[in-house]
Design a protein around this ligand. Structure first.
Ligand SMILES: [Zn+2]
Length: 854
């Protein structure tokens, strides 16, 4: 008999394991940032030959210039650059065609059609021509087109024509790093393209930039991080003028979208303010009317955002849904039925990685015998393989290649598969379980039948809504408590002691700082629905630069980084514009001089920030004679009323000077290192207590509304599919039911056409209205739940849980302070009450916590 064990592996060692999990996470994060984090170690020895008498720049070992950069992470210490100024008018691009007298687009000229042919197309597809002509007339445009309807042509063609007229650059922002290299190599030869992303080495990056500077590149593809990250692009004065900027997956820009990414807002701002871009092309495959409207405002698109192009689901797709008890068996039956038996290329989507492996193995064992060798004596195809983001890159590539080349019949995948998949003859897309949103469903099924031939899509829905539970977890993972919101607000708006005399113009000029300027035209401030945007009282405080160290803040609030950034974004988007969010930055500085204290003193004469820092140091600790200094840059900067960016540049410049006779730039041997990543923002310090309360209420209300909205969306998704579902897959085996397929398409069409998404009903926040689909009645479980909560708390007396933290563990949701790697090992509690309402659990846990405290 098997021994029953509750704890996997060794017994729980909370703190140690948690610490380890943290370390791993931050190491990984460092890597994503292009080598930051763990590599920013301070070594007293030369890192080239490990000797202690010199640093790498003076290392006698012959190494290439490239390798001698003492600050390993390239992005942290950008080479000294002139201050990027406001782009001059000369660099702004004029449109290729002018508008008619009443603002109408010009008739499409012959050269556009010629270019179209040159790019390998015979004719425009719906929506393309208008978008292309708008961009060529210099008008910002939002284009909502289903996947595979030819969005990329809409930037390729204008890029080609603009570049043909005069040397210029088209920027394409795309979050899909894995696709970039493919996209670049897939472009027609007349269009020269390059990409920059975090997966590149410094050398590769430099060589790309070299080509860009020389105007040898027409299209430059960037990830959002590569554009707004610490390194960024060289100043516009060194680049050819930007014809226009194309932003892919532009729905991420909207706080109302199903996939809001705060860094997209900064993308827009950097493009507009640093790069001088006025003409934007926003591309997305999935946006509701409300999302589209919001995005249009951000891009300053002047027309009513129409959902141009065809309906969300093309007519050649046949949709069906069934609710089977045994999904695995039903899947096998369906694939062997008449409708699917002879279909050649099939994608099956699962919500969990484990399922992809399991289902692929199942298909291989159960269907392979029936298959036999391929027709015409070809080598038999592989039946099925799994694909998910947890697999290594090479393996994923292999599976994708095999599928593309027709050597693999079925891919069993998570949503990670299929973005940018360029195969027109996928014949079937199946879903095992509810997709997380209509957007994701439409995008997935849109991968089938792009050649216009009939294709089949089937969804297996769990009859009791069991799959809703899994999806709800993701919603609750982003929620937070009022207390955490309050802590954040306290950190963001600490009271200042300054009487805030505005800095004199000379002072501003001396630091070369970029001043706080209004970021949004007034109409954009209206997006919260407040039409009379109150400008707020006239502040005496002009605002201070502040930095919240990311790691510390994440732990203090027990919220993921992205969630904190989202809250900060809400404050910025608020009509009162409570703060200005700046790019995350490293704040801790360590400066070491190989020449000892004397050199440090000498440098201070050249560099006011260093002088100020040494002076402050002297007050605290009169001891002399150090050759290195460490300090918090933001404190220094704020105490002196300077700008962080310019101070950082000034410090970086200490690493270089000029040979007096020849004027050649050379290294001084001084080592300047920056560590400690922080949220960076500018906020006033004179908010009243009432204002802070008001901000807390606003933020908390916003978080709750978002949660309600997400839950309501999920329920609506479930109900829509449920309403057209057959009780079993039997009726779907042979022919499709056109009536139900059409009904589902209508439901989807309605969803995308709606302007307002009203969260109807309580949205799962209350359990008074009876349980949600997939949930049990709390009353039946209450005693047992309370008992388990008490036991859980009893076993961990040293932890300070909140009600939410306990509920998360019972729902199997990891958070920064209570990670899944640690708490997921204790199977007695982890995920135990997934069948109960999350908010009911929070309430019970809070009550029990109060009991314990008494
Ligand atoms: Zn102040």
């Amino acid at each position: 008999m098997k021994q029953k064990r509750y704890v996997r592996g060794r017994a729980l060692r909370g703190r140690l394991l948690r610490k380890q999990a943290w370390k791993q996470k931050w190491r990984k994060k460092g890597e994503c940032f292009g080598g930051g984090g763990a590599t920013v170690t301070i070594k007293e020895s030369c890192f080239l030959n490990e000797q202690f008498d010199h640093w790498a720049p003076q290392c006698p070992q012959p190494v290439s210039e490239e390798d001698t950069d003492p600050a390993g992470p390239e992005l942290l210490v950008p080479a000294p650059q002139p201050v990027p100024g406001v782009p001059s008018l000369a660099s702004t691009m004029l449109p290729l065609y002018s508008l008619g007298p009443s603002g109408q687009l010009a008739e499409t000229p012959a050269e556009v059609f010629q270019a179209l042919e040159q790019l390998g197309h015979q004719a425009f597809r719906p929506g393309q021509e208008r978008a292309v002509m708008r961009i060529l007339s210099g008008i910002s445009t939002l284009l909502v087109l289903p996947t595979g309807a030819g969005k990329s042509l809409c930037y390729q063609l204008p890029a080609l024509l603009y570049a043909r007229r005069s040397p210029c650059l088209t920027l394409v922002i795309s979050p899909l790093l894995s696709l970039m290299d493919d996209q670049v190599s897939g472009l027609p030869p007349c269009l020269k393209a390059a990409c920059i992303h975090s997966g590149m080495t410094r050398k590769q990056r430099e060589s790309v930039l070299q080509k860009v500077r020389a105007a040898q590149v027409h299209v430059l593809m960037l990830t959002p991080e590569a554009l707004v990250g610490a390194g960024g692009l060289p100043p516009t004065t060194q680049l050819p003028p930007v014809a226009f900027a194309c932003i892919d997956e532009v729905h991420c820009l909207s706080q109302w979208s199903h996939n809001f990414r705060p860094c997209y807002l900064r993308v827009c701002r950097v493009l507009r303010e640093r790069m001088g871009v006025h003409c934007f092309l926003g591309l997305t495959a999935t946006a509701t009317r409300r999302t589209a409207g919001d995005v249009a405002q951000h891009l300053a698109v002047d027309e009513e955002p129409g959902l141009h192009g065809p309906a969300p689901v093309p007519a050649n797709l046949h949709l069906s849904v069934s609710m089977d008890r045994d999904t695995d068996q039903a899947l096998l039956t369906l694939l062997q039925g008449e409708r699917f038996r002879n279909l050649d290329s099939i994608i099956i989507y699962c919500n969990r990685r484990e399922d992809t492996e399991r289902i692929a193995a199942l298909l291989r064992t159960c269907l392979h015998a029936a298959q036999g060798p391929g027709p015409g004596g070809r080598a038999p195809k592989t039946m099925a393989e799994a694909y998910h983001a947890g697999m290594c890159g090479r393996e994923r590539q292999r599976v994708q290649q095999a599928f593309m080349q027709g050597q693999l019949r079925v891919v069993v995948a998570t949503v990670a598969f299929g973005m940018g998949l360029d195969r027109p003859d996928v014949r079937a897309v199946l879903h095992l379980g509810l997709p997380p949103s209509f957007e994701s469903y439409v995008q997935a099924v849109g991968r089938a039948g792009r050649d216009g031939q009939p294709a089949h899509c089937h969804l297996f829905l769990q009859p009791q809504g069991e799959d809703l539970r899994e999806l709800r977890r993701h919603v609750h993972a982003n929620g937070t408590d009022f207390l955490a919101v309050k802590r954040l607000v306290q950190r963001v708006f600490p009271a200042c002691t300054c009487t805030c005399t505005r800095p004199s113009p000379e002072q501003e000029g001396a630091m070369g700082g970029e001043r706080l300027v209004p970021k949004y035209p007034p109409e954009e401030a209206e997006q919260l629905g407040v039409h009379q945007a109150a400008p707020g009282p006239r502040r005496t405080c002009v605002g201070h630069e502040r930095a919240l160290p990311v790691q510390l803040t994440v732990q203090a609030l027990d919220m993921p980084e992205e969630a904190i950034e989202t809250l900060l974004c809400y404050l910025e988007l608020h009509p009162c514009h409570w703060l200005e969010l700046l790019a995350t930055t490293y704040i801790h500085c360590r400066l070491s001089c190989p020449g000892g204290p004397a050199q440090l003193q000498a440098l201070a004469h050249r560099c006011p920030p260093l002088a100020a820092c040494l002076a402050q140091r002297l007050l605290e600790d009169p001891g002399q004679g150090s050759s290195s200094v460490e300090f918090d840059m933001v404190k220094l900067v704020d105490s002196m009323g300077w700008e962080l960016a310019s101070v950082r540049r000034a410090l970086c410049q200490l690493q270089w000077d000029h040979e007096p006779r020849t004027g050649v730039r050379r290294r001084t041997g001084v080592l300047v290192e920056f560590t400690e990543l922080a949220f960076h923002l500018r906020s006033p310090g004179d908010l009243t207590a009432e204002e802070k309360d008001q901000i807390c209420d606003f933020l908390y209300g916003r978080v709750q509304a978002r949660e309600r909205q997400a839950l309501a969306r999920l329920r609506r998704t479930f109900q829509a599919f449920h309403s057209v579902a057959f009780p079993s897959c039997g009726p779907c085996l042979e022919q499709q039911d056109d009536e139900r397929s059409t009904r589902l398409k209508d439901l989807l069409g309605c969803y995308f056409e709606e302007v307002e998404e009203e969260a109807q009903g309580p949205g799962g926040m209350e359990d008074t209205q009876g349980p949600e689909p997939g949930q049990a009645r709390l009353q039946d479980w209450e005693d047992q739940v309370r008992c388990d909560i008490r036991q859980f708390l009893f076993l961990r007396p040293e932890e300070k849980f909140s009600g939410r933290a306990v509920a998360r563990i019972f729902h199997g949701i990891g958070s920064p302070c209570y990670p899944a790697q640690v708490y997921g090992q204790d199977r007695r509690f982890w995920r135990k009450y997934l069948n109960l309402s999350f908010h009911a659990l929070v309430r019970l846990a809070t009550e029990e916590l109060l009991q314990v405290a008494r």
